[in-house]
Design a protein around this ligand. Structure first.
Ligand SMILES: N[C@@H]1[C@@H](O)[C@H](O)[C@@H](COP(=O)(O)O)O[C@@H]1O
Length: 246
């Protein structure tokens, strides 16, 4: 796991966007695994700015998102379908039928399996963008989730619902379940980049750096098994870790 230490969220976003842009430039029909949450917002802004300035095209790209709330209307302002449209898709030339998110309305096992099949049929994810939850979740793989499974439905923990209550107004409005790529799905990606920003992630970041074996009580630790992971973390997120300046 390579760790890139940056000053702040702006530098983190520029770096992450640069890595994603290079993948698309080298492979115009790349499959991009995308994430939501507050942390990647700046990454999408940078990619949109790059699209406008340099015309990096997405017309052959497919995107597959990590997760979506269960039983939420895709047009709901808090759905991840809406998030992706508002932060990225509406600004770029990515055709609508090449944007894929987990089905929020059909959360059957078959629908989950179909999502993994779809990813496989596209040739797999070339680069997967990840954030991290305060409890170490990736996607919506909460602590305790087996580290080998594919796309599935999860019951969200109180910590995750509390962290996302800021979007919904109150915790009671936050859906209780979500559909997420499993860690097994995520680990099949050819390259993974994780963006981590802010002091509230410092504890998770220090656990991640110390992780040497996959441990389902801290899902992000599964990444130690993957050969191509880059974590871009800012100073506040790294505040509990001593990094040599030499
Ligand atoms: N499902 C998303 C995750 O994919 C994301 O990584 C996490 C952290 O979000 P934030 O970046 O807002 O802290 O939030 C949600 O739970």
């Amino acid at each position: 796991m390579q760790i890139i230490a940056v000053k702040d969220i702006n530098e983190m976003s520029r770096k992450a966007a640069q890595i994603i842009r290079e993948v698309v430039q080298n492979k115009p029909d790349a499959v991009l695994g995308l994430a939501t949450g507050g942390t990647p917002e700046g990454t999408y802004k940078e990619l949109v700015a790059d699209y406008r300035e340099h015309g990096t095209s997405y017309h052959k790209v497919h995107t597959v998102n990590l997760d979506e709330y269960a039983a939420i209307d895709p047009s709901d302002p808090n759905s991840y379908h809406t998030y992706m449209k508002d932060h990225f898709f509406k600004y770029i030339d990515l055709p609508e039928n090449q944007r894929h998110l987990p089905n929020s309305e059909d959360i059957s096992e078959q629908a989950c399996a179909r999502y993994d099949d779809l990813i496989a049929s596209l040739g797999g994810v070339d680069i997967q963008l990840l954030g991290i939850g305060r409890n170490g979740h990736i996607g919506f793989n909460e602590p305790g989730t087996p580290l080998t499974i594919g796309t599935h439905v999860v019951k969200l923990t109180d910590s995750t619902r509390d962290a996302n209550a800021r979007y919904f107004g109150s915790i009671s409005e936050v859906p209780e379940r979500a559909v997420t790529m499993g860690i097994g799905t995520i680990l099949k990606s050819k390259k993974i980049i994780m963006v981590v920003s802010g002091e509230e992630k410092a504890d998770a970041m220090s656990k991640l750096v110390r992780a040497s074996v996959p441990d389902s009580s801290f899902p992000a630790s599964a990444l130690v098994q993957h050969p191509n992971v880059t974590v871009i973390a800012d100073e506040p997120a790294l505040s509990l870790i001593k990094i040599s300046k030499e």
